[in-house]
Design a protein around this ligand. Structure first.
Ligand code: PMP
Length: 366
């Protein structure tokens, strides 16, 4: 055996607080129907593929130089998209971008969390929030949602006022439960928060609620709205997340970002993809209609789907969710066991994929 194969993880001088932890990871299984990571099931249209390819070809001649460190042109394009879709005028000074919204969230905790500081989230929610908190050594304060997974914002505000976390995460629509919160309820939390409130709007395009971007001018020292091109934009493989906030927040994040974190190729590809936003986002209405059809069909089969404003549905009940998850896999359908007792989460796919999922749902053990 090679020397490199003789050392195990517990023999390494790893940080004590990371020992025994598991990395984030949904199983990436090679099955026909993959409805487990909330991606857009529709591949990019040929014109978009052409445009991305041409854009990458053009910038490739400059690959010997570092890219624009501030990604100004891309941020301007993202600001233009947000301004049109939310009707809140924003410029590149209000927008920051990174490799997926996970990196955006990590930079936020690097700047506003960290050792001796805390971040609070309403669980169940996106499982990366506590993992990013752990990685940045930010204390995590889990706070429960109601039994029906909605957020009791009056109670949330009391807890936030009491615990005084440096950062509060509100995911809207919430992953993995699907519900979103109206702006007036969000304001109840914002008013109570002593520090930063991150509204994680990864699924905002699927939602019927107004974006928290509308509250930026009222809470400029508190509010950060995080977005991604991974879901509605069908650009998960391109890795592009972004945020909208006051320009001062963008200045703060420059202190922790790595120089040239967004590659020349990423910036060019994301800008090309954004030029086709209208075409890509045309899938949103189709997916929302499919979501409602699947929820109704699940109901008809005797399941209890949780009302969703996103491109996925949490549903139950199962006596043994993990065993039922495996029964779906055995039928070629990969969905997600998110660790909520009695429940599984399915991402909305194409009508054919959804039908295959519904067929399997008739057969799996409850
Ligand atoms: N926030 C939420 C709520 C998510 O569900 C996800 C993706 N699962 C992300 C952020 C991160 O996505 P990405 O890094 O691809 O932008």
């Amino acid at each position: 055996t090679r020397g490199t194969d003789t050392v195990t993880l517990d023999q390494l001088p790893l940080r004590e607080d990371l020992r025994g932890r598991s990395p984030y990871g949904a199983p990436q299984l090679d099955v026909p129907i993959r409805l487990n990571t909330n991606e857009n099931p529709y591949p990019p249209p040929p014109e978009l593929v052409e445009d991305v390819t041409a854009a990458v070809r053009e910038v490739a001649a400059g690959l010997h130089r570092y890219p624009d460190r501030d990604a100004v042109a891309l941020r301007r394009d993202l600001a233009a998209y947000l301004s049109v879709s939310t009707r809140v005028p924003l410029t590149e000074r209000h927008v920051w971008a990174a490799n997926g919204s996970n990196e955006v969230l990590q930079q936020i905790l690097q700047a506003f969390g960290g050792p001796g500081r805390s971040a609070l989230g309403f669980e169940p929610s996106y499982s990366m929030h506590p993992i990013i908190a752990a990685g940045t050594r930010t204390d995590w304060v889990p706070t429960p949602r109601r039994d029906d997974f909605t957020l009791d914002t009056e109670r949330a505000a009391r807890i936030v006022a009491d615990r005084r976390p440096d950062v509060v995460f509100v995911t809207s629509p919430n992953n993995p439960t699907g519900g979103s919160i109206p702006l007036d309820e969000l304001e109840t939390v914002l008013r109570a928060a002593p520090g930063i409130v991150v509204v994680d709007e990864a699924y905002a395009e699927f939602s019927s609620q107004l974006s928290a971007v509308n509250l930026l001018d009222a809470y400029p020292a508190k509010l950060i709205v995080s977005r991604t091109m991974s879901k509605a934009f069908a650009f998960a493989g391109g890795r592009l997340g972004y945020l909208a906030a006051a320009p001062a927040v963008v200045d703060a994040l420059q202190l922790v970002r790595l120089p040239y974190h967004l590659s020349l190729l990423t910036q060019a590809a994301a800008r090309a993809a954004l030029r086709h936003a209208d075409q890509t986002l045309a899938s949103v209405a189709k997916l929302a209609a499919e979501r409602d059809r699947v929820a109704e069909a699940l109901q008809g089969l005797g399941f209890s789907p949780v009302p969703s404003d996103a491109n996925f549905i949490l549903f139950g009940r199962f006596a043994d969710a993990t065993a039922s998850w495996q029964a779906y896999v055995d039928r070629g359908v990969l969905i997600r066991d998110v660790g909520i007792e009695g429940h599984l989460r399915v991402t909305i796919g194409t009508p054919e994929e959804n039908d295959a999922f519904l067929e399997a749902s008739k057969e799996v053990p409850r």
